[in-house]
Design a binder for this molecule. Structure first.
Ligand code: PAF
Length: 283
């Protein structure tokens, strides 16, 4: 595995690989790799000749009161994991390399951001779109891999790729779950033992919602109420949101049809969990 820290070196290498008609799978991350990232790397490895992983904690996507400086970092661990999982090139630029001066152009994501987690993080997705625009131009991947757990980020990236005509195939990768259905997250360790048991209700509520849709329910409010009631009765967590939207547009719908997302966020004592189902609904 090669570690590259300079943009011009990366672009030279990527141009060389492209001239050899190699397909390039790209997994952008902020490091501190967990099982979700490893699943993306595995999928990229299966689909492509070359796998590129980037590790860059992007200051632009953190708000002034957010945890940029304390965001967990462990490059040597990440490097060994990446090597072990078959990454070919690890792109690891510094902040000075990525942003040598304040950018003269700002990307503003106008749609899909004022709901779900984006509602409480103004500017976050502008920063994500800015760094991905740079990374896409540096890596020039054939395919880019993103986890469906952060379904709103996938929706924003879908808009970015299509609006700016990046010749990149977006590959959303399914949520990895524990045996009892809880979506895997490095934050799950912060659940108290009784909360860990209760947290399976998040997944069960989504399963129950899907079962109702399969039976013919098409009213989004019925689905929201069902999910909310199940979580409220089976957990002591505080519901942040339970929403049903069209996907990837993230617009409210009067009746369920086409691709929809049921998304939820629940705060436990020391951790906030998110989960979602993206479902194809026949009209
Ligand atoms: O999901 C992340 O880790 C980040 O938002 C991303 C896509 C690497 C952009 O900084």
């Amino acid at each position: 595995m090669r570690v590259i820290t300079k943009i011009h070196e990366m672009q030279t290498e990527m141009k060389k690989l492209k001239s050899q008609s190699k397909s390039i799978g790209f997994v952008p991350t902020m490091g501190f790799l967990h099982e979700g990232h490893l699943t993306l790397i595995k999928k990229a490895r299966q689909d492509n000749d070359v796998v590129v992983l980037s590790i860059f904690v992007n200051p632009l996507q953190f708000g002034p009161t957010e945890d940029f400086s304390t965001y967990p970092r462990d490059f040597s661990r990440d490097k060994s994991l990446a090597e072990c999982k078959g990454v070919d090139i690890l792109f690891y630029p510094s902040a000075e390399e990525m942003y040598p001066q304040p950018t003269s152009v700002k990307i503003i994501v106008q749609e899909r951001t004022d709901v779900l987690c984006g509602k409480s993080r103004p500017g976050h997705f502008d920063g994500v779109a800015a760094v991905l625009t740079k990374l896409f131009n540096i890596v020039m991947p054939t395919r880019a891999y993103f986890g469906k757990k952060d379904a709103q980020q996938v929706a924003v990236v879908e808009g970015l790729i299509s609006d700016f005509n990046f010749p990149i195939e977006l590959i959303p990768v399914d949520i990895v779950r524990e045996e009892d259905g809880l979506a895997k997250s490095s934050r799950n360790v912060n659940l108290l033992p009784e909360e860990r048991v209760q947290a399976t209700a998040l997944y069960h509520s989504l399963i129950a919602a899907k079962a109702e849709i399969d039976k013919g329910v098409r009213n989004p409010n019925t689905i929201k109420t069902l999910v909310t009631n199940m979580i409220a009765s089976e957990t002591k967590g505080e519901i942040d949101y339970v929403e049903v939207y069209s996907y990837p547009q993230l617009k409210t719908v009067e009746t369920l049809s086409g691709t929809i997302i049921i998304a939820l966020a629940v705060k436990f004592s020391k951790v906030r969990l998110i989960d979602n189902f993206i479902i194809e609904v026949e009209a």
